[in-house]
Design a protein around this ligand. Structure first.
Ligand SMILES: [Zn+2]
Length: 286
């Protein structure tokens, strides 16, 4: 069994890898002129522990003015329409949070109004996207963010991985969604009865031993299981899922200089939440 200390160190080291410049959809937009310097600050800021105030302050000190980004703001490059360099978030973090809460309330009472957009509306959205929130969710087939938040195409920038987990590629995509697309809220969404978290619990309590690719899949979730064991929660399985979402949200707050800057300016919130498979309700920790 790998020790907790080694696992946590490995997790931090994994997150400290350089962020990929090719987030989802990236090739369809113009490269922001300040992308590479941001990535370097990201790598430096990632070698921190969750929720560390000193680390957050340190990350903020590394943030420099984004010179050049405001001056260059074309709507076309070689005749092709592109995203503006610095989009202004369409709504505030609290407004975004309220919209998700309202959407989930409608879904949970069976009043969701999701309908397929018209071809004309789809065509309008082809030119650019302005998602108001990022959702980091589990891959579980019962946890589709657009459905349970009563949202539609173009509303949410979604990253899904079993657990969930967030590696360097996903972190790059989150920063891209916030900085380039203008999202003002990141929700890290765990859920009850998560099969992957259950497997991590079994591994941590030595009921089973993961092998091959499953060992790497479960490793990022094991620290949350150890944390939940420390809480002495009645339901270790669901407590570990909640803790995993909290841990990811805490790490994201100090993982990148751009995200830390937006939080300090009141332009971004990162919120953990848990979806209950039985009631269809999302409990936000904010
Ligand atoms: Zn799951």
């Amino acid at each position: 069994m790998v020790s907790r200390r080694i696992l946590l160190g490995g997790l931090a080291a994994g997150l400290a890898a350089p962020v990929l410049a090719h987030a989802e959809g990236y090739q369809e937009t113009r490269t922001p002129p300040v992308w590479k310097p941001k990535a370097r600050r990201t790598a430096k800021a990632l070698a921190t522990q969750p929720g560390d105030k000193a680390a957050l302050d340190k990350a903020l000190k590394t943030v420099k003015p984004l010179e050049g980004a405001q001056a260059e703001d074309p709507t076309t490059v070689s005749g092709v329409q592109v995203q503006p360099a610095k989009p202004v978030p369409s709504i505030s973090p609290d407004e975004a949070l309220g919209r998700l809460k309202q959407g989930n309330a409608a879904f949970a009472r069976g009043g969701a109004s999701l309908v397929s957009p018209s071809i004309a509306r789809i065509g309008e959205m082809a030119a650019s996207e302005r998602p108001f929130a990022v959702v980091v969710a589990c891959s579980d087939s019962r946890v589709a963010p657009e459905l349970l938040f009563n949202c539609n195409l173009g509303d949410l920038f979604v990253l899904r991985a079993a657990g969930p987990t967030v590696g360097p590629e996903a972190l790059g995509a989150i920063v891209y969604a916030v900085d380039t697309l203008g999202a003002s809220l990141v929700v890290v969404l765990g859920h009850t009865k998560c099969g992957v978290v259950g497997a991590a619990v079994d591994a941590a309590t030595r009921k089973s031993r993961p092998t091959g690719v499953f060992e790497a899949m479960l490793a990022p979730i094991l620290p949350a299981v150890f944390d939940a064991q420390g809480e002495k929660a009645a339901d270790l399985h669901d407590a570990a899922a909640r803790r995993n979402a909290r841990n990811i949200a805490s790490r994201l707050k100090v993982a990148d200089g751009i995200l830390a800057e937006r939080i300090a300016q009141g332009r971004l919130k990162i919120v953990p939440a848990t979806y209950d498979l039985t009631t269809a309700q999302v409990a936000f920790e904010a």
